[in-house]
Design a protein around this ligand. Structure first.
Ligand SMILES: Cc1ncc(C[n+]2csc(CCOP(=O)(O)OP(=O)(O)O)c2C)c(N)n1
Length: 179
């Protein structure tokens, strides 16, 4: 199963939640699957989807779902420690792990050699799950007491989707207006 179908599996349960899309194809796929004002398509800042999600979770009451990538979370591992310690209960960080930098040509990442779920647990996440072993809808609907980390293993490959034909200003404005 590729990232595109993984995002579909997640988005079919998303209603009012804030969603942060990782740079590149994850955001482009999200845009095609379910564009909404409450999606924040992060365009340039590789590694920072989780940090942006943390800031949103700390400042908003709504649940925040971050669609991150393995290469990006490995680039900003400190973010896991910060999130686990700040521990906003409305943050769900999903790392879609295809073991490659998919958006730039499938160069391998180090995630092939490490267990990101164990890394998240070691960083202090009290709720950490394998997507395939949970009922995601339940996790999304129920009130959690801590931040949630979800490891979602996918195969590599990007869907044949277009670019996001919104200006960065529009993405920001409509997102800010919606929250
Ligand atoms: C600081 C920085 N380095 C590199 C890039 C180029 N870049 C954009 S997306 C990406 C790959 C992201 O990989 P991953 O987080 O694993 O997500 P995937 O595309 O595989 O879903 C890279 C290397 C960038 N935008 N910024």
């Amino acid at each position: 199963m590729k990232r595109y179908d993984g995002i579909k599996n997640i988005m079919k349960y998303v209603t009012n939640e804030i969603v942060v899309g990782n740079i590149g194809f994850p955001s482009r796929e999200l845009y095609e699957i379910k564009d909404r004002n409450r999606n924040f398509y992060m365009l340039g800042s590789m590694g920072l989807a989780s940090s942006i999600g943390l800031g949103l979770a700390l400042s908003q009451k709504e649940k925040v779902v971050v669609l991150d990538g393995d290469g990006s979370i490995l680039m900003n591992l400190g973010s896991l420690v910060t999130i686990a310690n700040q521990n906003p209960n409305n943050l769900i960080l999903i790392v879609m792990d295809n073991c490659v930098y998919g958006s730039t040509g499938n160069q391998p990442t180090y995630s092939q050699n490490i267990d990101l779920l164990k890394v998240a647990k070691s960083a202090g996440f009290k709720n950490s799950y394998d997507f395939n072993e949970i009922n995601f809808k339940d996790i999304l609907i129920k009130n959690q007491t801590d931040s949630t980390f979800i490891h979602y293993k996918t195969s590599s490959g990007n869907a044949n989707v277009g670019i996001i034909d919104l200006t960065p200003e529009t993405i920001k404005k409509r997102f800010m207006d919606s929250i």
